[in-house]
Write a protein that binds this ligand. Structure first.
Ligand code: SF4
Length: 356
């Protein structure tokens, strides 16, 4: 890691540490859905049914990036982010404005033209951001993944994407990638079998190359509140335990936070309760592709729209609605959820929770 990357990592670490002792004046993490367009047909999510119109264009996103220059961590999401032909310019806009930006993450369903996607990822890697992390969505072994995602051949496309990214890592040390596995009633009990089947295709893949989440309901984001995803807590608690036992110990901040996230995920699954208070509208926020700003990806309580604040977050950050949301969080009245999008900043903002 060069000096600039080390300084940016230290900046992110110090800000996260500071969030343990004070409410931050500005968020360091932005979760941003850049489009609700998606070619998947997932059983767990209804985003694919949305035909988005009026999403923020590149000029607006660039304006937003230039007026809000304090992000150290940007989690791009969708829909399928690579359906936006301007994805490289979007990342570049944040890279140009947020000088301390350390990490950009984004998922892919592996359904876009892979030469195009790998070309765009290569351009993003060459923007000089210290860490770029790609999550390849994978919810099961071949037949199961294709059924949950509603697209025949999707598993093989995900394997192809993983091979391409593994190759790309040889020339780009700032690339990190994992498989993102969402547990639901559709794949309960199949996690370890999926990992074994992936290893038949990709012998280098290990348990640590998988990130697991539990499918959740949201009327504002996934728009899946009418779906029944809920798995049997006993089944997924058991497979989560087995998954944790097979994880290899790794040094570093990210493996430590990931380990703590998984432990707390077990608590969430067993009890149906959030393990701790979130850091929404403190360390982080969620913005959708229309510029609506929410406390988090799972909490559809809009605090405003950046189109109404000349693309500046500050007026929204301090408005009455935002104060209300913070007060509800202080009273422990935020919606129950435990997703990686929100959990990482919550864990590092409650530093003791990383070790218990
Ligand atoms: S889960 Fe992801 S890939 Fe599936 S429909 Fe929703 S946005 Fe698309």
């Amino acid at each position: 890691m060069n000096t600039t990357s080390t300084a940016k990592l230290a900046g992110l670490g110090l800000t996260a540490l500071r969030s343990n002792f004070e409410r931050l004046a500005r968020p360091y993490k932005l979760t941003f859905s850049i489009t609700y367009g998606c070619q998947s047909r997932c059983l767990t999510c209804n985003i694919w049914q949305i035909k988005p119109t009026g999403e923020l264009d590149l000029r607006e996103i660039t304006e937003f990036a230039s007026r809000n220059t304090h992000f150290k961590w940007i989690e791009i999401t969708g829909g399928e982010p690579f359906l936006r032909s301007d994805i490289v310019d979007i990342v570049k806009a944040f890279r140009d404005s947020s000088r301390d930006l350390y990490i950009v993450t984004m998922p892919t369903n592996s359904l876009c033209n892979q030469d195009m996607v790998v070309g765009k990822i290569t351009q993003i890697l060459e923007l000089g951001i210290p860490k770029v992390s790609i999550t390849i969505s994978l919810d099961g072994y071949r037949e199961l993944h294709d059924k949950i995602r509603g697209i025949p051949g999707n598993f093989d496309r995900a394997m192809g994407m993983a091979r391409r990214l593994k190759e790309l890592q040889k020339t780009h040390s700032n690339l990190f990638f994992i498989f993102g596995y969402t547990m639901s009633k559709f794949n309960q009990g199949s996690l370890m079998e999926t990992i074994a089947k992936v290893r038949q295709e990709l012998p280098w893949a290990a348990v640590n190359n998988f990130h697991v989440n539990v499918g959740q309901l949201s009327d504002s984001y996934y728009q899946n509140q009418t779906l029944d995803l809920r798995p049997d807590p006993a089944v997924i608690s058991a497979e989560l335990g087995e998954f944790i036992r097979h994880r290899r110990f790794e040094f570093g901040a990210i493996p430590i936070v990931e380990g703590a996230f998984l432990k707390k995920l077990g608590y969430y699954v067993k009890t149906g309760r959030a393990p701790m208070k979130g850091r929404s509208l403190d360390a982080s926020l969620f913005m959708d592709s229309y510029g609506n700003v929410y406390p988090s990806i799972m909490w559809g309580r809009k605090i405003g729209n950046i189109r109404d604040s000349s693309y500046s977050l500050q007026p929204l950050w301090n408005n009455a609605e935002a104060q209300q949301v913070r007060s509800l969080i202080d009273q422990g009245k935020e919606p129950v959820a435990w997703t990686a999008c929100e959990a990482y900043q919550t864990l590092v903002g409650n530093i003791g929770s990383l070790f218990i």
